[in-house]
Design a binder for this molecule. Structure first.
Ligand code: CP
Ligand code: NVA
Length: 306
């Protein structure tokens, strides 16, 4: 398997903790298999295999797509709520990892701290897949770039403007854009930047020439107490009809430009207007669907050869 050599000694297994774990070759293999599974959704690549899914935050897309995906692949998914497993409280993360590894072939985890995902990965002897932490959301990014590839054959040099918080979704997307040659720009209010990317504080300037405009909620899960301040801070960063028309004015493509993306769930008329999310530029439900196909390919690549 093509883990980055510098990560191989950290983990004894092949995990998807962050996009940084994936080589370009492996991403390419995942995408080839994604296309195959999208065309043939009932191919049984994981008969008799089981995953445990630990969700310490709410989820619609991630949870359902992993469970349905595993079923379609011929395997089974066991759902564990935070209350049921109480990782780190009822027993240590290491002991949860070691015990689950004796029962299942993979562990999917959605939690708050990235360190919790990392600890689970360090102690598990089966692959661990990060289904979102406060820091990263690699499965989302993999589905997003796959969706862009479906819409635009050649993605090298495309300009993607992420309008919003320099948070988990933006971070993983930036990491994958870097690997795949997409020009990523984060446009956010001061104080919401993230590392390793081009930053703009001016929405109307940032979207000029954008092929893709992406947004996410201004208040992520776990940040609810900051919601009032965030609403105010992000008010000028809404993806609305005016912003989309500025980007479009500078592109001359026969297909809708810019593509408008959102990981969902959306807070309509906060970070994105109803009109834009329902417009022909919007590909948000294609993204949501591709979570299923891409994650199936990830599971087969990580768990299939064992
Ligand atoms: N985009 C995403 O991860 O959606 P859920 O939170 O519903 O899983
Ligand atoms: N940034 C959002 C993404 C939800 C899929 C959150 O963490 O709540």
């Amino acid at each position: 398997m093509d883990l980055r050599p510098d990560l191989c000694y950290i983990y004894s297994m092949n995990h998807l903790v962050s996009i940084k774990d994936l080589s370009l070759d492996l991403i390419d293999d995942i995408y080839k298999l994604t296309a195959q599974l999208k065309a043939n959704p009932l191919e049984k690549h994981l008969p008799g295999k089981t995953i445990a899914m630990i969700f310490e935050k709410p989820s619609n897309r991630t949870r359902v797509s992993f469970e349905v995906g595993m079923f379609q692949l011929g395997g089974h998914a066991v759902s564990l709520s935070e209350d049921a497993i109480q990782m780190g409280k009822r027993e240590s993360i290491a002991d949860v990892a070691r015990t689950l590894s004796r029962y299942v072939d993979g562990i999917v985890i959605r939690t708050f701290a990235q360190e919790k995902v990392e600890q689970l990965a360090q102690h598990a002897t089966v692959p661990v897949i990060n289904a979102l932490s406060d820091h990263t959301h690699p499965c989302q990014a993999l589905a997003d770039v796959y969706t862009i590839i479906e819409k635009r054959d050649n993605i090298k040099g495309l300009k993607l403007v992420f309008m919003g918080d320099g948070n988990n979704v933006a971070r993983s997307l930036n990491e994958l854009c870097k690997k795949t040659g997409i020009h990523f720009v984060l446009c956010c209010p001061k104080g919401y930047e993230m590392e390793d990317c081009e930053i703009s504080y001016k929405p109307e300037e940032a979207v000029r020439g954008a092929d893709v405009i992406y947004t996410d909620v201004w208040t992520s899960m776990g940040q609810e107490k900051e919601s009032k301040k965030r609403l105010k801070d992000f008010a000028k960063f809404q993806v609305n009809e005016k912003l989309v028309s500025i980007a479009r004015a500078n592109c001359n493509s026969p297909v809708p430009v810019p593509l408008v993306m959102h990981c969902l769930p959306a807070h309509r008329n906060e970070e994105i207007t109803d009109g834009v999310i329902e417009s022909q530029n919007s590909i948000v439900f294609d993204q949501a669907e591709n979570r299923l196909h891409v994650q199936k390919a990830v599971m087969v690549k990580l768990m299939g050869a064992r």
